[in-house]
Design a protein around this ligand. Structure first.
Ligand code: ZN
Length: 603
């Protein structure tokens, strides 16, 4: 009876509150509202008591950065059954929410933020990357060679050695490795992995049967020197690699363990939701199995990326018959976006640009053609046809679009779709959009298109990219000020691909490093790139809380600390809003709460 009485009281309160339009979220109003509602609802005295003083947990004596409309700072937050029930002063929250069973936590003045979101990770591959052993930090040619030699000593002759994902923009030489760098290794085929681009040594080329006469694969390129010989560099050509299956040797149990452990590392970094930005059916299955086994430690929003190299009709059929679309799932695991990869990467010179890469592009990216603008993987007609099918199936749309040329292409597509039906409500977005322009930003604003951004690339790659494109062009490299001033919603993420350490992984997934970069626009060389594009600490916090929640259609359930929202919080070791700017990237979580449960004491 007590349970029954409690349930109905809660429901009634919710209903009356909704009808009365009282869910304004202002803490003072909320406390007031609850007491009025008790009278309105005519509850029995005991039910009212249960309702009045029933929080599972109250965090008090803190600095609660709510990120609500007014960016209100409060002292205390009460949590019940996974949700936030009140936010306010210590006295008000304790008075209204404290019951005999309520657990009290003294925050001792610590700052509490809404649970942070990383809108862009690749958790399965990252988790597996160091599952069996730590990867060496590879930041120079010498380190790459030492790594290959070390692997050669323990790898049977003739078997592949893979140099884990490293980008030329992050090597001290600022130069794309070539076959020659790896040719000291004679007994093993070697593959240097730079994501969409790989470099093989001569043994590797022989093993794959790649010669001066081998034709380019569809949408890919075998880079050849002036004599017509392969340089070892292959762009977007995984089908040419023979005898290398990099994940086949993990059992499903190992994959589940690796994924779970990686998701826990995200939690320890202060994250309570991640967007996994390129899942395939196998990865969807892994997530669903983790969830079914009660082992999903963090909320996950999955982006489905089918293989765009399939014929248009096949892809359309796949989209129509897939049992899921945007928002299928629940607050722990759901589908977000439909994604296609439109161009290559800016760290490897395959991003499809508005203009050629020029002279420094040759050194940095190993380019042999000075007019090269990068690679566009999907012709406009195919992109439009597939995106239309996905839109009609209810999907939010995105493409990986790094270079300005790819950005403009995807905006063309979205504009065409918008003529048929407004695209704004789908919350479709550009992904990366590293090289922006005022024109493209104006088009985004008009269409209601959002941005998925990776600020730490400015920190890590800004110095190298400035040499390629010049300082002026860098003004529109992650132009967050321009986005925000145009009213464009910005969701920040890392694009974490490999490595376990939150600060040294490729790419680092420490959300405080990301916010620090957005606030300072500093590069690894200590140079500020276009300070006019800096954003404030409050705005940077929104790029990792309420804005990605909005992109994920979850702004009503998370992203701020307000009554009625899911109790996802992170307490940190110093004050994000007032600590010296240089310390922002050093901030450590000391307590992470998801769904009302304290799940980590940080790392
Ligand atoms: Zn990605």
């Amino acid at each position: 009876m007590k349970v029954h009485g409690f349930e109905s009281a809660t429901l009634l309160t919710d209903r009356v509150q909704q009808r009365a339009g009282l869910d304004c979220g202002h803490p003072r109003h909320l406390l007031y509202n609850l007491s009025v509602l008790r009278l309105i609802a005519g509850l029995t005295a005991s039910a009212a008591l249960v309702l009045a003083a029933n929080a599972d947990l109250i965090l008090r004596n803190g600095k609660i950065v709510t990120v609500d409309q007014k960016f209100t700072i409060q002292q205390a937050v009460a949590v019940k059954r996974g949700k936030i029930t009140a936010v306010g002063s210590d006295a008000a929250v304790l008075k209204a929410e404290r019951g005999p069973e309520t657990k009290l936590v003294d925050l001792q003045g610590k700052t509490v933020l809404p649970g942070l979101v990383d809108a862009h990770v690749h958790a399965v591959d990252s988790g597996l990357s160091e599952f069996r052993g730590q990867l060496a930090p590879l930041n120079s040619f010498a380190a790459v060679r030492a790594y290959v030699a070390q692997q050669a000593a323990k790898t049977p002759k003739g078997q592949w050695i893979v140099v884990p994902r490293t980008f030329p923009t992050r090597l001290t030489e600022l130069q794309m490795p070539t076959r020659e760098l790896l040719d000291f290794e004679k007994d093993h085929p070697v593959l240097f992995d730079a994501s969409y681009v790989v470099i093989l040594n001569s043994y590797g080329l022989r093993k794959c049967g790649i010669t001066r006469d081998t034709p380019n694969p569809p949408a890919g390129e075998i880079v050849k020197d002036t004599e017509g010989e392969p340089t070892g560099l292959l762009k977007n050509a995984p089908s040419l690699i023979v005898g290398l299956d990099r994940t086949a040797h993990f059992t499903e149990a190992e994959k589940l363990d690796a994924l779970e452990q990686q998701l826990k590392r995200y939690v320890a970094a202060g994250l309570t939701t991640v967007g996994d930005r390129a899942v395939n059916p196998e990865q969807i299955d892994l997530y669903e199995k983790l969830k079914a086994a009660g082992r999903l430690p963090i909320r996950v929003v999955m982006t489905w990326r089918p293989d765009a190299s399939q014929p248009t009709g096949t892809l359309q059929q796949q989209i129509q018959s897939a049992p899921y679309t945007t928002n299928s799932g629940d607050s722990w695991l759901k589908f977000g976006t439909f994604k296609l990869t439109l161009d290559g990467g800016m760290t490897i010179g395959t991003a499809y640009q508005r203009s050629p890469y020029g002279a420094f592009g040759k050194q940095l990216y190993g380019k042999t053609n000075p007019d090269d603008r990068g690679q566009l993987f999907i012709p406009p007609a195919k992109l439009l046809a597939i995106m239309r099918t996905a839109r009609d199936r209810g999907w939010q749309l995105t493409t990986h679009d790094q270079g300005g040329g790819a950005v403009d292409n995807f905006l063309d597509t979205l504009e065409q779709l918008d003529r048929e039906k407004p695209i704004g409500p789908t919350r479709s977005h550009l992904m990366h959009a590293s090289f922006q322009s005022p024109e493209a930003i104006a088009r985004m604003k008009k269409l209601g298109v959002l941005a998925d951004v990776q600020a730490p690339w400015l920190y890590l790659d800004g110095a190298a990219l400035e040499q390629v494109f010049g300082y002026d062009a860098m003004r529109y490299f992650y132009p967050l000020r321009s986005y925000i001033d145009a009213g464009i919603i910005v969701a920040a993420g890392s694009d974490h691909m490999i490595g376990h350490n939150k600060n040294s992984a490729v790419n680092p997934y420490n959300p405080f490093l990301s916010m620090w970069t957005e606030i300072t626009r500093l590069t690894t060389e200590g140079k500020v790139i276009h300070p006019e594009q800096k954003i404030t600490r409050a705005e940077a916090l929104k790029t990792h809380t309420i804005w990605p929640a909005y992109l994920q259609f979850a702004e009503k359930e998370r992203g701020t600390i307000e009554p009625g929202k899911l109790a996802d919080l992170v307490a940190i070791d110093r004050d994000y809003l007032t600590c010296p700017e240089a310390q922002i990237r050093e901030i450590q979580p000391v307590m992470v709460m998801i769904d009302g449960k304290i799940v980590s004491s940080g790392n």
